[in-house]
Structures are given as C-alpha cells and as structure tokens.
Design a protein around this ligand. Structure first.
Ligand code: DX5
Ligand code: ZN
Length: 221
C-alpha cells in the first residue's frame, strides 16, 4: 500500500498560505487537505470556493476537500469548478448518499464519505462500492490540534474490511490528531492516507515532518 500524507491547511498561516503550500509540496506531500466548515454541522467556520480556487492556483497536487457542512450538495458544482479533485461529504448529513456520491463523480471529481467518531462503519455498507475515499474521523470534527480518539483504530480495521469485501481499492483516510505517536497504529490498522494539520504546521521543522510521518509508516512492519 502507498502512504499518502495530506497536510491540512486549517493549521497553516493564512497570511502566507502560498509559502506554506510550497513548503508542503517541497516536503513531498501527496494531497492538500482543505477543511470546509459551516458553523452548523460543526461549531466552527472556515472557507469556501474562493480559498479552494486559491489553493488550486498554488499547487498541482490533488486538492482534497473535506466538507463539514449540512446540505453539502449545494457546493458540489462550485467546488469542482474551483478545482477540487476530491469531495468528501459526511454520512451524518447526507440522507441520499448514493445519489450525492454519484453526482460528485458525474462532475468529474472523486467521491468520499466521512464518518464521525460516534457513527458506525456499517452505515456505509451499502455504498462501499461507490466510494473513491473513506474517511474515518479520529476527533470530533471542527478544530485542529485535538487529541486522537483511540477507538478510531478499530473503525479503521472495520473500514478496511468493508472496502476489501466490496473489492474496492478506495483510499482509506484518517483525520484528526494524526502525529508521530499515532500514525503507525493507524497504518497498521489499514489506513493509507493521513491528514495532519497541527503535527506538521506546529512542528519545529514542518518540512521534515512530512517525511518523518511517511517513514514511520513505510518502515513499520
Ligand atoms: C478537523 C479537521 C481536520 C483538522 C486536523 O475537524 O477535519 O482536518 O485540520 O487537524 P489536526 O491534524 O491538527 O488534528
Ligand atoms: Zn479534515
């Protein structure tokens, strides 16, 4: 399995977003993770199409957009137009998951679903074949810099089994509290794509941190 590191720009310095993204690219990041929050599904507000468009101009890396918003379908067209490569929506606010995932793919983007720490993996059984990405939240979404919830590991194992059973090679991403002390167990549990905000941007040497996180996976048995 290939390890993907996806720095979350939620923890970047927005006064120098261009420099921070260039740093991620030089450091060998695989995707740039963009957290869209609406102050309704989660108790925080971030950004929308304008920032996605800015990130798109700053890098050729895939732009991985995580929608922590109610009625995510309202934004599919404008976000894909702005340059999103992947759109991940939350199961908890998507009663018509199949239709919503199909629509994302119709627009030419990759379709992902995320589940909160309190949402069971089996709720995705019937769409397991329709995903390009399955995202396990390892914190309650809304803020960067939170502590990893250990129960996420069992959910990663279940999610890997679900994708295998569906014969789906979709990315299995983990988001929240991913750092040097948590990434190896996530990798061993079956995750292959790692979002990291605080671990990278608050590191003494952010450039070195991307490689350090990747090595912890690739060198793990
Ligand atoms: C949390 C966001 C995350 C966040 C992760 O709601 O979805 O992507 O940026 O930040 P860290 O890595 O600091 O936990
Ligand atoms: Zn995220």
């Amino acid at each position: 399995m290939t390890v993907r590191i996806a720095p979350s720009i939620l923890s970047a310095d927005f006064a120098r977003l261009g420099d921070d993204i260039a740093m991620c690219v030089e450091a060998g990041a695989d995707w740039i993770h963009v957290d869209v929050m609406d102050g309704c599904f989660v108790p925080n507000l971030t950004f929308g199409a304008k920032v996605i468009e800015t990130v798109r101009r700053l890098t050729t890396l895939p732009v991985d957009v995580h929608l922590m918003v109610v009625e995510p379908e309202k934004y599919f067209d404008s976000f894909v137009k702005a340059g999103a490569d992947l759109l991940t929506i939350h199961q908890e606010v998507s009663p018509h998951l199949h239709r919503q995932l199909t629509r994302i793919r119709e627009l030419g983007a990759k379709a992902g679903v995320s589940i909160n720490p309190s949402t069971p993996v089996h709720t995705l059984t019937d769409v397991a074949g329709d995903l390009d990405l399955l995202l396990i939240m390892s914190v309650n979404p809304g803020f960067g810099g939170q502590r990893f919830i250990p129960g996420a590991l069992e959910k990663i194992r279940q999610a890997r089994a679900l994708l295998n059973a569906a014969g789906n090679s979709a990315a299995l991403e983990v988001d929240g509290g991913v750092a040097r002390d948590t990434i190896t167990s996530c990798w061993r549990a079956g995750a292959d794509t790692f979002v990291a905000g605080n671990a990278i941007f608050a590191a003494a040497d952010p450039r070195a941190e991307v490689g350090a996180l990747r090595r912890l996976c690739s060198e793990a048995a």
